[in-house]
Design a protein around this ligand. Structure first.
Ligand code: AQP
Length: 329
């Protein structure tokens, strides 16, 4: 029997951080290695154009993200790793799905509302239609599952709605996909446990290729809560709980075990151990990424061959869609 498909992507818009990793990339690797799924992982370059960017940097960011994927453990022999813009069907299907997406719903999307605030001089139509392109990214590959952080749930709900609407209007064509979350679906900022960790706040964000010294400095500066016990309590101790969640996700230990380990220790001792855990966890990744970034030819070849493979599936789907809506003549 054919394995169920899953698809996900990350924008090439800068260095990856611990939120991207614990919410998404770590799961990509585990799902790939479980051997239970047909995996498609792409570089969401079209999505990344919705934010201000320097064209000279964009191709470097694409290759850097390809290096990130491989350094973290994705393997082009097990997963199809590709570039979104190399497959025109993504844009074509997005344009078709836009006709089923009410303006009011797109307007309610939290990401659109937030980005409209953070980039007030550039509230562009691409930002507004981001969710319909995301729906196309997923629906083209008959994905049953989408591993993402929980900030993408609203977009995925719209994907399901669009799939349902299309199927009802034009006949069964799309699968309604489900999100797959990790135990850390929303990693919060080191400076404010109410806000998600995000690359636009670099001082309170742990980048995967930060040096051990940078990791230590950022973790030691991280805000904590009143009291001195290292205990998991999202309501009373949101900052410490966020740090504990990072520790648990990286070591695979349950939070109760970590609480016991630090029962007679203070915040500073806990943070020192967390910083070491993070630095050690990414030592191999940092080394591999350094090596891979010097091999742009290899990275390009992997993306080209993955895009060719993905295009076969995507082209089949877009042909079916065009037939269903009556524009295939
Ligand atoms: N803080 C987070 N916790 C858990 N998961 C997260 N993701 C992002 N931030 C967190 C997940 O990472 C994947 C890739 O997301 P993206 O390409 O949309 O990256 P992003 O959201 O643009 O990253 P930033 O840092 O949040 O960007 P800015 O600063 O521009 O807002 C997705 O699966 C996402 O859920």
């Amino acid at each position: 029997m054919a394995k169920p498909s899953l698809v996900s992507g990350i924008q090439p818009s800068g260095r990856l951080h611990l939120g991207n990793y614990l919410g998404a990339l770590k799961n990509f690797v585990e799902l790939q290695n479980s051997d239970k799924y047909q995996c498609y992982f792409f570089i969401a370059d079209l999505h990344s154009l919705t934010e201000p960017f320097d064209p000279k940097e964009k191709s470097k960011q694409i290759l850097e993200l390809a290096a990130d994927y491989l350094a973290a453990g994705l393997d082009q022999k097990k997963s199809t790793i590709f570039l979104q813009s190399a497959i025109p069907s993504h844009s074509e299907l997005a344009r078709i799905l836009e006709n089923l997406a009410p303006m009011g719903e797109l307007n309610r999307m939290t990401q659109f509302k937030e980005k409209s605030k953070t980039q007030p001089g550039n509230v562009n139509a691409g930002l507004f239609t981001y969710p319909t392109l995301m729906a196309a990214d997923v629906l083209l590959y008959n994905a049953e599952f989408v591993p993402v952080g929980d900030d993408q749930d609203q977009h995925l709900e719209l994907t399901r709605t669009l799939a349902r609407k299309f199927n009802a209007k034009f006949g069964k064509t799309f699968i309604e996909p489900q999100p797959l979350h990790t135990s850390a679906p929303r990693v919060m900022s080191l400076g404010n446990p109410e806000k998600k960790m995000s690359k636009s706040q670099p001082a309170t964000c742990l980048f995967l290729d930060d040096s051990p010294e940078e990791i230590k400095a950022k973790v030691m500066r991280a805000v904590t809560d009143s009291g001195s016990e290292v205990t998991y309590d999202e309501k009373r101790k949101p900052a410490v709980s966020n740090l504990l969640m990072m520790y648990a996700s990286l070591t695979g230990e349950p939070t109760v075990k970590i609480e016991k380990k630090f029962a007679d220790k203070n915040y500073s001792q806990f943070k020192t151990s967390l910083a070491e855990t993070i630095a050690n966890h990414f030592a191999d990744y940092r080394k591999k990424k350094r090596e891979l970034t010097t091999k742009s030819y290899v990275l390009k070849t992997i993306l080209k061959s993955g895009s060719k493979k993905a295009a076969k599936i995507a082209n089949k789907k877009i042909t079916e869609v065009k037939e269903k809506i009556g524009i295939a003549i």
